[in-house]
Design a protein around this ligand. Structure first.
Ligand SMILES: Nc1nc2c(ncn2[C@@H]2O[C@H](COP(=O)(O)OP(=O)(O)OP(=O)(O)O)[C@@H](O)[C@H]2O)c(=O)[nH]1
Ligand SMILES: [Mg+2]
Length: 363
């Protein structure tokens, strides 16, 4: 399960967006003072799966999902970032930034300044990481005095590089590290190393004003941020999303069209979280069930089979693969077969986004 945790300053709209994006909520203690952790599941919108479902008309239709965590009563301080395990356990962080003006909702820093708030939270993430890196380096220095140890020395060197980056104000996600070093650091769960999705919670007026949300992002001098390593930026307007959520789907569609939007901002946030994590979807289809499965990009066919069941991975013989585009165009697997569009692939085949797969396996 892919996990993303919401961070941000108070009254940015985290809980509002969380509630709009997710269902199946459960609340658990967060392990820090009075904080509570709310967990919810969001379905990843995917038109390909919708179209496959229209084609096969299966009994069940199961989309890919992302789990979001909202921390109730977190202050956004360095200490809470260090202490709330939900942040550490997340695969990605989603920073909700206040850009809506509404004077009836007090802003924690009086003025509305998204660029400043983005940097402020980034600083908190880096400060939290710096504390952890320094503590570990002190410990390592003590241990290395007792005797040489190549692995501990390597760990010290990597952490020293991390500390230097953090002191220069560079988040750890910008470092290019070897896979071995990434493994060495994994246990620390550094927050500034996690992929970051910045969600700008726009004012209603920004969506409908000249140039729409893109112009608003430009005015806030945020346009470049989405290009940073492992960072994306999307804009939503929680207030409008709330209104859309109360409409039935057909009305919602025409409402979006009136605003000049193709899809709801929430869909874009969920989708962007999924892409940011480096995940792709393959599909299984049939009369009973059409389903999207999540795998990291670059996964081979045998490992992908294990996503469905360990028995299928173990007994893997081969994969029958067709991309969903030709399948959707031809309208049936039989037609694809006649046109030699179904390929037989072995264990090492690297599964592609949008592949429709039938695994042949020994039982
Ligand atoms: N006008 C306007 N109000 C909004 C928008 N988004 C959220 N709000 C309001 O702002 C207030 C704070 O929103 P929350 O979603 O609770 O913010 P939060 O980030 O979870 O805040 P904390 O949990 O206190 O850190 C609520 O009253 C929301 O209704 C928006 O886009 N426009
Ligand atoms: Mg909240």
């Amino acid at each position: 399960m892919l996990r993303a945790a919401l961070v941000g300053l108070p009254s940015a709209g985290k809980t509002t967006l969380f509630q709009l994006m997710t269902s199946v909520k459960e609340t658990a203690g967060g392990g820090f003072g009075k904080t509570e952790v709310q967990v919810g599941i969001a379905r990843v919108p995917d038109v390909r799966l919708d179209r496959l479902t229209a084609l096969f008309n299966p009994k069940k239709h199961i989309p890919a999902t992302v789990e979001f965590t909202d921390i109730v009563g977190a202050t956004g301080s360095t200490q809470s970032l260090v202490d709330v395990t939900a942040y550490r356990n997340a695969d990605a962080l989603l920073h909700v930034v206040r850009a809506f003006r509404d004077p009836s909702v007090p802003a924690p820093r009086e003025t509305i300044d998204p660029a400043r708030d983005i940097q402020a939270v980034e600083d908190e993430l880096m400060l939290a990481d710096l504390g952890i890196a320094e503590k570990r380096l002190e410990r390592l220095a003590k241990d290395l005095k007792k005797g040489k140890n190549a692995e501990l020395e390597r760990e010290r060197d990597v952490l020293t590089a991390c500390r230097a980056a953090l002191e220069e104000g560079k988040p750890l996600r910008t470092l290019s590290l070897s896979n071995d070093d990434i493994k060495r650091l994994r246990g620390f769960q550094f927050l500034s190393a996690k992929p970051l999705l910045i969600v700008i919670n726009l004012d209603e007026a920004d969506l409908t004003g000249p140039g729409g949300s893109a112009a608003a992002i430009e005015r806030m001098a945020l346009a470049g941020i989405g290009g940073h390593t492992a960072t994306r930026l999307v804009a939503v307007c929680a207030k409008i999303e709330l209104e859309i959520a109360q409409l039935d789907p057909a009305d919602a569609k025409s409402f979006l069209a009136d605003l000049g939007l193709a899809e709801s901002g929430l869909d874009r946030v969920i989708r962007a979280s999924y892409d940011l994590l480096g995940y792709i979807s393959f599909f299984t289809v049939g009369e009973d069930e059409n389903r999207a499965w999540s795998i990291p990009r670059g996964t081979n066919a045998q490992l992908a089979a294990g996503e469905i069941h360990s028995d299928i991975q173990r007994g893997f013989i081969r994969a029958e693969v067709v991309s969903c585009e030709p399948l959707l165009q031809r309208g049936s697997l039989a037609a694809c077969r006649e046109n030699a569009e179904i390929r037989l692939e072995g264990k090492e085949y690297v599964v592609q986004d949008g592949d429709v797969i039938n695994f042949r396996h020994a039982t």
